[in-house]
Design a protein around this ligand. Structure first.
Ligand code: ADP
Ligand code: ZN
Length: 217
């Protein structure tokens, strides 16, 4: 089974993908994490990626697809995938059709005010990418990842101005993709979040129910 998880920045894509990975035994491919790894290097590719990510803009489609293909070649095919943060444009969705089949989309709908509040208090594990929040999703030990013991940090693009830019980019470039998939009759499992303090387990249970209704699990 191949899924893609779709939603605004801060809608919970990474948080739920990581939990669904454990429950369903799928491999998560998180585009943002892949780019953050690349940005640790000092290569022409890393410098190019940095220019876009730092401003909250999308990395150009041709670069994204190349990087994705390279990554997919390294992971086992039998297990199935959760794509987190791909596709983000209609062109990327078209390119994806040539790469693999997608069985369903998980759509996360979250109001803007929750997104802004969450992103500005978000922390990420430097080592494994697990997502925390200093107010709403605390690690057991302050600043330390529950999963791997790595240190937590604030992403440089989780600042007020860049958050605004990323939400704009989502609305302009990524949301139109939903129309594209609706026209294609792609199965969609929607989870609507209306509360700031939404335990990830509750969201994940709802998503699993949706996948069952589609007979995917
Ligand atoms: P978010 O919390 O905004 O969903 P991600 O960690 O998924 O963050 O992505 C971080 C950044 O990486 C994006 O703002 C963008 O610059 C870049 N990026 C991630 N996925 C894509 C993609 N599919 N196409 C273009 N750029 C991407
Ligand atoms: Zn970790």
């Amino acid at each position: 089974m191949n899924l893609t998880i779709f939603g605004a920045p801060g809608s919970g894509k990474g948080t739920y993908a990581s939990r669904l990975q454990t429950k369903l035994g799928l491999s998560v491919v998180a585009m943002g994490d892949i780019f953050r790894e690349i940005m640790k290097e000092n290569t022409p590719l890393s410098r190019k990626v940095k220019r876009f990510v730092e401003k909250g803009l999308l990395v150009p489609d041709d670069v994204v697809v190349e990087v994705l293909k390279e990554h997919l070649a390294k992971i086992p095919k039998e297990k199935g995938l959760i794509l987190d943060g791909f596709p983000r444009t209609v062109d990327q969705a078209k390119m994806l059709e040539a790469i693999t089949h997608i069985d369903a989309i998980i759509l996360l709908t979250v109001p803007d005010w929750i997104i802004i509040e969450r992103l500005s208090t978000r922390r990420i594990c430097k080592n494994c990418g697990e997502v925390y929040n200093v107010r709403y999703l605390k690690p057991k030990v302050e600043n330390i990842c529950d999963k791997c013991g790595g240190n937590l940090y604030q992403r440089p693009d989780d600042t007020a101005q860049v958050i605004k830019d990323r939400i704009n980019v989502y609305e302009r470039q990524t949301q139109p993709l939903l129309q594209f998939y609706r026209k294609k009759k792609m199965p969609i499992v929607e989870f609507k979040c209306e509360k700031l303090e939404m335990p990830p387990e509750v969201a994940v249970e709802e998503i699993l129910k949706g996948l069952k209704r589609l007979s995917l699990i």
